[in-house]
Design a binder for this molecule. Structure first.
Ligand code: TEU
Length: 539
């Protein structure tokens, strides 16, 4: 990718790496930066333009790096600053940029700022965090932490509570304090000086919070803070910036990703990914294809020309898509391919989460093999609420974050080629069949569908520029849409079910070029189970 071109990220495909689970190089059972360097050729072959690394900064790992104790240091488990510089350099040599994951909403409770803050109310760092006076046992209000329990933790020595949206080990920073903001901007500038291609900003729509009003996302001062951050750091630097914004609606997303570049390049929003979530993430509700299509269509049309979206089915917080909305049994390959095509035909910047290009699946591990703080706390909570062991485990197996975090499956060999030591997290036993080596050797594999989709985005302008019209919105099996722009029209027709589906090719595409077909020559008027087709024609 030519990173000097304006808005290069609109043409990019980004690959997300969970460094702990990608590739170990030194046998300690934990993935590391030299391990990533050793796999750059694989990533170049896939064709991706940038890598988003989940946090690799110094961290006690209460939340696998989303609890940072030093924003300017690499955690020794991942390597050194020199390793990071080598990764940036080696990736760049292959046309690949590096995105760092900045967690600016909170720090670790081991961060020097928080250790200082605990020393007294008059310590200069005290006001870096959010404190309220109170009495033990009576938190300022009833706000709950995402990972269970109250969002307020009592510090007897200070006679105060501090606020944490996530675990108690992740105290929220006080963005209302201008010194905090300046510290963080300094961090961003120091990483820009290292030559990164951009940043993913963790839960960034929460930094304008007002805990007294019980407001976290989209708080009263949010836009002011985000615009200031932009002006003082990456604004005008032609980097890619991705704001993780769980709480964004379309109107908000237009502001966060405004084409004037005043905040971020793009949003990373979850409306589609929570359609099957009930009252809590552990309590599902049915999701229908028409509902999914309607939501996607709203966002496609709502941001066209006035904002920019991320396209993803997976990340490190979500279960594997092939297990979730595909078929991870007999039709694993076909359904992974169908889901890939359905997503990569859309407007936005596609993200591939490590192993998605192999069709990696969920892993139903016993409690002892789970590692995620969220799942481990949820198990206790759900049991305390009267759920049986089987019910709690079924929920965790269905949506737990550990599903995404099992080590990358490179080969059928010992530990899937991930480590020569003992892996920090158990490896999915299906690595004997599902692995990169096997995928690379099979022209019909999921890997090559992704490779082709990435290449198409680079050669056909309609992928980047086209508008969006949904076809057959009520059809419960077929996801089909037409996009027009850049002198081309694109038709995507995907059967997202395991049954054959009727699909008459729209007349105007009868002579069009077949760009991609996942199951050989298309059958007239129909789509095979999980079949996906892309047609393109000149306009
Ligand atoms: O996630 C934001 C977030 O809101 C999630 O914690 C979400 O609620 C949860 O995953 C649902 O299961 C980001 C990171 O992506 C996540 O890994 C971190 O744990 C979290 O922030 C805290 O930094």
């Amino acid at each position: 990718m030519d990173f000097t071109k304006k808005d290069w990220w609109k043409r990019a495909v980004i690959y997300q790496i969970y460094p702990k689970s990608f590739q170990d190089s030194d046998g300690d059972g934990i993935g590391d930066l030299p391990g990533i360097i050793s796999r750059l050729d694989y990533l170049q072959k896939l064709g991706v333009d940038a890598l988003w690394l989940c946090p690799v900064f110094a961290s006690p790992q209460a939340d696998n790096g989303y609890d940072i104790s030093d924003y300017r240091a690499i955690d020794p488990m991942f390597g050194t600053m020199e390793d990071m510089r080598a990764l940036i350099r080696e990736a760049k040599a292959r046309g690949i940029g590096i995105l760092l994951d900045l967690v600016l909403n909170h720090t670790s409770d081991r961060h020097r700022w928080f250790r200082e803050a605990l020393k007294g109310r008059d310590n200069p760092f005290h006001d870096y965090y959010i404190w309220r006076d109170g009495e033990p046992g009576t938190p300022p209000n009833g706000m709950k932490a995402t990972f269970g329990g109250p969002a307020w933790t009592w510090v007897p020595e200070l006679g105060q509570y501090y606020f944490h949206q996530f675990a108690p080990q992740q105290p929220d920073l006080n963005w209302a304090n201008p010194k905090v903001r300046q510290e963080l901007y300094g961090v961003i500038r120091s990483w820009m000086a290292e030559g990164v291609a951009g940043f993913r900003l963790d839960v960034i729509d929460q930094v304008g919070k007002d805990p007294d009003l019980e407001v976290t996302a989209n708080g009263p001062r949010l836009l002011e803070f985000l615009r200031e951050m932009n002006r003082e750091t990456f604004g005008g630097a032609n980097l890619v910036t991705v704001g993780e914004t769980w709480g964004a609606n379309i109107e908000r997303a237009r502001q966060y990703s405004a084409p004037d570049g005043s905040i971020f390049s793009m949003v990373f929003q979850f409306e589609q990914m929570v359609l099957d979530q009930g009252p809590s993430k552990w309590e599902p509700r049915p999701m229908t294809l028409p509902a999914l299509k309607k939501s996607i269509a709203r966002w496609q049309q709502g941001l066209h020309g006035c904002g920019w979206n991320s396209l993803f089915w997976n990340n490190h917080d979500l279960p594997r898509i092939v297990s979730r909305w595909g078929d991870d049994g007999a039709c694993r390959v076909q359904s992974a391919q169908a889901l890939a095509v359905a997503l990569h035909g859309l407007q936005g910047t596609p993200y591939i989460y490590q192993g998605e290009e192999l069709g990696m699946t969920n892993a139903a591990y016993p409690l002892a093999d789970l590692r995620d703080i969220e799942s481990l706390n949820a198990y206790k909570d759900l049991r305390a609420r009267g759920w049986s062991d089987a019910e709690a485990m079924a929920a965790i197996h269905r949506v737990g974050r550990d599903n995404a975090r099992t080590p990358m499956q490179w080969s059928a060999g010992p530990n899937a080629g991930f480590t020569a030591g003992t892996p920090w997290m158990r490896i999915n036993p299906n690595h004997t069949a599902v692995n990169a080596e096997a995928a690379l050797a099979d022209p019909g594999s999921v890997f090559y569908t992704y490779q082709k989709l990435i290449a198409l985005r680079k050669t056909c302008p309609v992928f980047v520029e086209g508008d969006f019209t949904l076809l057959c919105p009520e059809d419960e099996q077929v996801f089909a849409y037409v996009r027009r722009g850049g002198g081309q029209a694109l038709l995507a027709a995907v059967n997202l079910s395991g049954r054959p589906a009727a699909f008459p090719l729209p007349e105007e595409f009868s002579g069009a070029e077949l760009l991609l077909a996942t199951q050989g020559s298309p059958a007239p008027g129909a789509l095979r189970p999980w079949e996906a087709l892309l047609y393109c024609k000149k306009e």
